[in-house]
Design a protein around this ligand. Structure first.
Ligand SMILES: [Fe+2]
Length: 397
């Protein structure tokens, strides 16, 4: 097999199962092995059962195609696998995102040079607009940032974390940096939920946010205003954590209670990592069977929390976050006082966050409309907590 040094930016990934069997390939197809790209099928060769099985044995699920052949390959898919062609368009952005991480552009400070390159996605390709490295750090002014989302290469995530820590030390844009670092920590937790080191780091960050919230009550509101479209599970969890902590601060929970509430709300949906992405990101309504599977994320979250030996209060909060006061929730159909206090708080924060975040095929509601829906469903939520929540967010509407 011919090999070449990998320049992944010049290639796009395609799932192995997308290739039609027995058909001549319209261009060269590559696999990634040992940091190199190798031609696995030359233009004109046919994809055989034998090769498919060989790839499966080697657990190779992604193939790569030179970007200059993109149009040819898309036309090929459209002809031989029309359904997969459309799925692939959706998939590609996701797979490509394995190489990039979207950062919070407002966290970039002109006074502290970045040691990593910055990219943006123009709807078709990823483009570099600041070429920086540890040897060649560069400062960037907010005025020169593109309108699009800003991304970094995933291999630079540690450098980005170091950069944020520097900003925290210099006490720059504190609420934004706190949220951005918390987001990165939650990402790590979601990737490796049973890694205790991640949990310890998460607890530290929760303490920092609580301390900061106590010193400066407006900060949590600032964090909420920053909420933007982001499809990752851990971003939803981060927002639910911030909303839950805000409510916890408003009702004057003590510091230890806040810390436990922070952990429960951050991990309430961690079990979703066990649910198929096809269900989690399905466009349109789930079938009854799919919804049954979706609902199991609560028990999966509880199992992970138990594995981490988290306190009972935290486990209850996680277990009850989809329960409703009138008994119409899941998985236990608990009623009223059977539902734990943390469960009641997280249920309100979770419902509000879901309503105000745009999701596939669904527009986000304004905070006002979201609160109106919660009020209409008030039989589902704790009356006094909901009132405090509405008063707390009232200033944002
Ligand atoms: Fe949930």
């Amino acid at each position: 097999m011919a090999t070449q040094v990998i320049e992944i930016d010049n290639y796009f990934p395609v799932k192995t199962e997308l290739l039609p069997l027995g058909i001549e390939m319209p261009c060269d197809i590559f696999i990634q092995e040992g940091g190199e790209l190798k031609v696995i099928l030359k233009q004109g060769e046919r994809f055989s059962f034998f090769l498919k099985n060989k790839l499966r044995e080697k657990k190779i699920t992604n193939l790569y195609i030179d970007k200059s052949n993109e149009k040819i390959f898309q036309d090929f898919l459209l002809e031989f696998k029309p359904k997969e062609y459309f799925d692939n368009i959706l998939d590609r952005y996701q797979i490509n995102n394995e190489f990039y991480y979207k950062i919070e552009k407002e966290c970039l400070s002109p006074e502290i040079p970045v040691t990593f390159s910055l990219y943006f996605h123009d709807g078709k390709n990823f483009n570099i607009f600041l070429d920086a490295s540890e040897e060649n750090p560069k400062a960037i002014s907010q005025d020169y940032l593109p309108e699009e989302d800003i991304l970094i290469s995933r291999k630079d995530l540690d450098r980005y974390k170091e950069y944020l820590e520097k900003l925290i030390k210099e006490r720059k844009y504190e609420s934004k940096i706190l949220k951005e670092t918390a987001k990165l920590i939650l990402r790590d937790v979601y990737i490796e939920p049973t890694n205790r080191k991640n949990l310890v780091i998460l607890c530290d960050k929760i303490n920092q946010i609580i301390d900061y919230g106590i010193i400066e009550p407006k900060v949590l509101e600032n964090l909420l205003i920053m909420k933007k479209f982001d499809n990752y599970n851990y971003v939803h969890s981060l927002n639910v954590m911030i909303l839950s902590l805000s409510l916890g601060l408003k009702i004057k929970l003590d510091k230890e209670e806040l810390r436990l509430l922070g952990i429960a709300s951050a991990l309430h949906d961690i079990g979703k990592i066990k649910i198929s992405p096809l269900i989690l990101s399905k466009l349109g309504k789930l079938t009854e069977k799919e919804f049954q599977i979706y609902k199991t994320h609560v028990i999966e979250s509880v199992n992970i929390a138990k594995e981490l030996d988290l306190p009972e209060k935290v486990i209850e909060g996680i277990a009850h976050h989809h329960e409703k006061l009138n008994g119409t929730g899941y998985p236990f159909k608990l009623k009223g006082e059977e539902i734990s206090f943390f469960g009641k708080i997280i249920a309100i924060a979770d419902a509000y966050e879901m309503l105000t975040t745009p999701r596939a095929m669904k527009y986000a509601l304004t905070p006002y409309n979201a609160l109106m829906i919660l009020v209409q469903d008030r039989g589902c939520y704790d009356k006094s907590l909901l009132e405090t929540f509405i008063k707390m967010l009232g200033r944002l509407i």
